[in-house]
Ligand binder design. Structure first.
Ligand SMILES: O=C(O)c1cc(=O)[nH]c(=O)n1[C@@H]1O[C@H](COP(=O)(O)O)[C@@H](O)[C@H]1O
Length: 299
């Protein structure tokens, strides 16, 4: 999967992932009115609204971006109907040829992590295998150490899928814990070393491993440092756009060949139609224009 991700980015000449983080506020009034009328103000209506919205976004960007990243929290908020929208979105994106990064940020002791790892490794029911979630990649939290991560690594290797491990997150308080210095190194540098080491079990054929890292676009210098510390680790870079990251900030996150990263924008693309009244409710058209502008900025 790391090889296919690299190839797809090269083919489209675009290291962008469109984040699918729907909220009711983000949804166009016409879509909401229509489905609330049919299903009432219910979780089922919201699930249907999110799915319809995501399909429009996916249809409008599938030929120009390699991947989408649905954030599970936005769907989970609406219970099982929300999770159905999450799963339907993943299936639809996969049908359209997109790589799917499930942003689920899991992590626990090994027995529990092994259950979470079903997101990429599949679910076994007494010898019958089910691929219930179908994400190609997921995000994971490394705070429990290697026994909490190994089940995910095993799943990656078994199914040729991938994980992105939180290393330096984009949020303002990320420094509160991640920048604590122990024995002359920050915690996030120590995590970076571990992720690079874990990746050695899981190399693709193009120089990068299936064990990737999350590095926030909002930390220019740290990103540059991490690229040097982690030469075989592919980065998922959130924080572009709505959180303030720009293409110029990210030069040092890429390797010498201009590879090594996929940059996420969620609200900056999916809510672009709200920024310019000329789009009206044309969500897809605005998303495509925003994704093309981001591609140019990154290149
Ligand atoms: O793992 C992530 O994707 C992630 C890590 C991080 O450090 N910062 C971060 O913003 N994210 C996610 O990336 C998305 C950012 O959304 P926008 O700020 O709207 O582009 C959200 O889904 C966040 O949960």
């Amino acid at each position: 999967m790391i090889d296919s991700l690299l190839k797809k980015i090269d083919e489209l000449n675009n290291p962008t992932v469109v984040g699918l983080d729907p909220t009711l506020e983000m949804m166009p009034g016409s879509l909401k009115a229509n489905l609330f009328e049919q299903y009432g103000k219910t979780p089922e209506a919201v699930g249907r609204i999110f799915t319809a919205f995501n399909k429009e976004i996916i249809d409008s960007v599938a030929d120009i971006v390699p991947a989408v990243k649905p954030q599970i929290a936005m769907y989970e908020k609406y219970g099982l109907e929300g999770l159905k929208a999450y799963a339907d979105t993943i299936r639809y994106a996969a049908e359209k040829g997109l790589i799917v990064i499930g942003d689920i940020k899991r992590g626990d002791i090994s027995s529990t992590a092994a259950a979470y790892a079903a997101h990429i490794g599949g679910t076994d029911i007494e010898g019958e295998e089910f691929d219930l979630w179908q994400e190609d990649w997921i995000t994971v939290n490394p705070y429990l150490g290697v026994d909490g991560i190994q089940p995910f690594i095993d799943a990656c290797n078994k199914k040729d899928r991938g994980i992105f491990v939180l290393v330096k997150t984009s949020n303002p308080s990320s420094s509160q814990l991640q920048d604590i210095v122990v024995d002359g190194h920050t915690i996030y540098e120590r995590v970076a070393e571990l992720v690079e080491e874990w990746g050695r079990q899981s190399m693709g054929t193009l120089g990068y491993s299936r064990i990737g890292a999350v590095v926030g676009a909002t930390h220019k210098e740290q990103g540059e440092k991490l690229r040097k510390l982690m030469p075989q680790t592919f980065f998922l870079v959130p924080g572009y756009g709505a959180q303030g990251g720009t293409g110029a900030d990210l030069r040092g996150f890429f390797d010498k060949e201009g590879r090594g990263c996929i940059v996420n924008s969620s609200r900056g693309i999916t809510a672009a139609y709200k920024k310019d009244s000329r789009y009206g409710d044309k969500v897809g058209e605005a998303a495509r224009d925003a994704a093309l502008a981001m591609k140019n900025d990154l290149r």
